[in-house]
Design a protein around this ligand. Structure first.
Ligand code: NAD
Ligand code: UFG
Length: 336
């Protein structure tokens, strides 16, 4: 079976994808500098699957380390998760974000070109759509973004398209994730943010487990059905499955394509809170707070293209997501 290099494979989405790759019979090599992850995640992935993977602790920008990895392993395709992802931090430290995300991807692609491994699945983000003109958002929507993190995703998308235009041996999938939440249903692996979570679901689970007193709901005066922000939450296991489909697609198709990975269903902050309380039987105290700067009222995916071309569709719903997020947080109140 083909061997896949997973950069950032020790992280949240990467660890779930490694698990599914191993279960699907792929050989897996992870390159991760552990800047935002723990080796424990991959130990657990190996225990859960009864299979082994290779972990190379190193940085995508370290060209000699990446060269050595490709010399040691015959890699068929790369799934490229490694990068920095905090919007607020990117505003404070734009240079660090361009370096890690843009320069990191460029250095990785240089080695891939050198060794003739020219298939890459890239973690893009729905943030490339900014405040969209229409929802659900198709891949053909205008691309715009208001922060350095989003800008790095746009630059990388553009760079990968141009690389594929210049050399038809390159095959590129740009996966635009909507809002990944949830965890493996066993609760053994999950999202493990450092410090105070920025994102809704890890904040909710930390309130549920008693680490934070209450959730702040950022705005209830948006023009949405209940006034709170609407997003397309997608279960991380569905997202992981999308990566397997993208790898399979690249084995058959050339060129560069972008795909939305979302459910197509918009859920409000209060939908998430109410569903969490109902499914898990745990109260989530909350207070209405002012809108958060930079937030948009509502966005959700038109996932038709991924269904038609990749044969992928999200199968899990919000109840599954809140149940599995809680399975992870309640069993691992302090993370790994
Ligand atoms: P994560 O931080 O859990 O995973 C990223 C991994 O990359 C971490 O394990 C980190 O240690 C590693 N890493 C970072 N810089 C590296 C480098 N220079 N060299 C080697 N390893 C490095 O994040 P995640 O939520 O799993 O996100 C994965 C990807 O998906 C990121 O590119 C992110 O921008 C993108 N994405 C995430 C979301 C989300 O909400 N989680 C949404 C859209 C897109
Ligand atoms: N929210 C709260 N309280 C919180 C946290 C969030 O009310 O404590 C609300 C937000 O206002 C928003 C919704 O919950 O309405 C979702 O917020 P998140 O921070 O979980 O997610 P965002 O949609 O703001 O952003 C996420 C990632 C970005 C990525 C974007 C698109 O954090 O990196 O999805 O993929 F770019």
């Amino acid at each position: 079976m083909a061997k896949i290099l997973v950069t950032g494979g020790a992280g949240y989405i990467g660890s779930h994808t490694c698990l599914l790759l191993l279960e699907s019979g792929y050989d897996v090599v992870v390159l991760d500098n552990l800047s935002n992850a723990s080796e424990a995640a991959l130990r657990r992935v190996q225990e859960m699957t009864g299979k082994t993977l290779d972990l190379v602790v190193g940085d995508i920008r370290d060209t000699s380390a990446v060269r050595a990895l490709f010399a040691q392993h015959s890699i068929d395709s790369v799934i490229h998760f490694a990068g920095s992802k905090a919007v607020g931090e990117s505003v404070e430290q734009p240079m660090a974000y361009y370096d890690n995300n843009v320069v990191g991807t460029l250095r990785l692609c240089e080695v891939m070109a050198e060794v003739g491994c020219k298939r890459i699945v890239f973690s893009s983000s729905a943030t490339v759509y900014g405040d969209p003109d229409v929802v659900p958002i198709p891949e053909t929507a205008a691309l715009r973004t208001s922060n350095p993190y989003g800008q790095t995703k746009l630059v990388i998308e553009q760079m990968l398209r141009e690389i594929a235009n210049a050399d038809p041996e390159w095959r590129v999938s740009l996966l635009r994730y909507f809002n990944p939440i949830g965890a493996h249903p066993s609760g053994r692996i999950g999202e493990n943010p450092n410090g105070i979570p920025n994102n809704l679901m890890p904040y909710v689970t930390q309130v549920a487990v008693g680490k934070r007193p209450h959730l702040s709901v950022y705005g209830n005066d948006y023009s949405t059905p209940d006034g709170t922000g609407v997003r397309d939450y997608i279960h991380v296991m569905d997202l992981a499955a999308g990566h397997i489909k993208a790898v399979e697609y690249l084995a058959q198709h050339s060129g560069a394509d972008a795909f939305n990975l979302g459910t197509g269903v918009g859920c409000s902050v209060m939908d998430v809170v109410n569903t969490f309380e109902r499914v898990n039987g745990v109260p989530i105290p909350y207070q209405i707070a002012p809108r958060r700067a930079g937030d948009v009222a509502s966005y959700f995916a038109d996932p038709t293209k991924a269904t038609q071309l990749l044969g992928w569709q999200a199968k899990l719903n919000l109840e599954d997501m809140v149940r599995d997020s809680w399975a992870w947080q309640s069993a691992n109140p302090n993370g790994y």
